[in-house]
Design a binder for this molecule. Structure first.
Ligand code: C5P
Length: 236
């Protein structure tokens, strides 16, 4: 997957997806299919988007015992997605099992999907880390720890906020993916996200990829907004 912004297709029907994509010229896009769309439209939606030439990030954040995750990832690898993810909180054995499953399920001659580990959600706050997760460390320390664990477990990168991207790039490796959601243009509502940044800040703060949802999907002019995001992200 190249480093164009990844558009989060947070819709529940095929019709909404088709109507949205009709507003874009027919070129290859990076698209993220999350729980809302995948749980309702399933693999058929993936095949349709793949046939149109798009690169796909299946964002369904697996978190279960290692055997279940291995078998689930084996099945997902056969669907032709380019990127998948899980929660780093599931631990080293679960992440290693995921990698094994992806390798086992990838059809001969194809590349295995990129495996990303979610560190802490961009909707998570410092207060939630202390009061709800009861961690004995800060949010940033937790994200960096999960990034190191993910690397040691064979993941190809992490999902993190822009605020932690630079440190992960420096302490782990520039080739380790830092995929950052919570992206907003300056004038936008942050909605339920807390650790947000604009595309330019994401670029100069070490993100390798940005995920953009409502800023584009709720725009009255989605393609124009996508181009604005793309320009800021590329620094043009
Ligand atoms: O609309 P918005 O740009 O906030 O959408 C962000 C997308 O990224 C959503 O699909 C959400 O599920 C996803 N995501 C996130 N934070 C993470 C991982 C994924 O917001 N840590």
């Amino acid at each position: 997957m190249d480093n164009k912004p990844i558009i989060a297709l947070d819709f529940s029907t095929k019709q909404e997806v088709r109507k949205f994509l009709e507003q874009f010229p027919s070129e290859s896009l990076n698209l993220k299919i999350g729980m809302e769309l995948f749980y309702q439209q399933g693999p058929e939606m993936l095949y349709e988007l793949k046939t149109q030439g798009h690169d796909l990030f299946l964002d369904i954040k697996l978190h279960d015992i290692p055997t279940t995750v291995r078998k689930a990832m084996k099945g997902l690898a056969s669907l032709g997605v380019d990127m998948v993810n899980l929660h780093a909180a599931g631990g080293r054995k679960m992440m290693e099992a995921a990698k094994e499953g992806l390798t086992a399920g990838t059809p001969a001659g194809q590349n295995s999907p990129i495996l990303l580990a979610v560190t802490q959600l961009t909707s998570t706050t410092e207060q939630m880390i202390q009061e709800e997760q009861r961690l004995a460390c800060s949010l940033e320390e937790s994200v960096l720890h999960y990034a190191e664990l993910a690397k040691a477990s064979g993941a190809d990168g992490v999902v993190c906020s822009v605020l932690e991207a630079e440190k992960i790039k420096k302490t782990i490796a520039p080739t380790f993916y830092r995929v950052t959601p919570g992206i907003r243009l300056a004038k936008d509502d942050t909605n339920d996200q807390h650790r947000v940044a604009d595309p330019k800040t994401a670029r100069i703060s070490g993100a390798s990829h940005i995920v953009v949802g409502r800023t584009i999907t709720q725009s009255t002019v989605p393609f124009k907004t996508y181009q604005t995001v793309l320009k800021e992200w590329k620094g043009e």
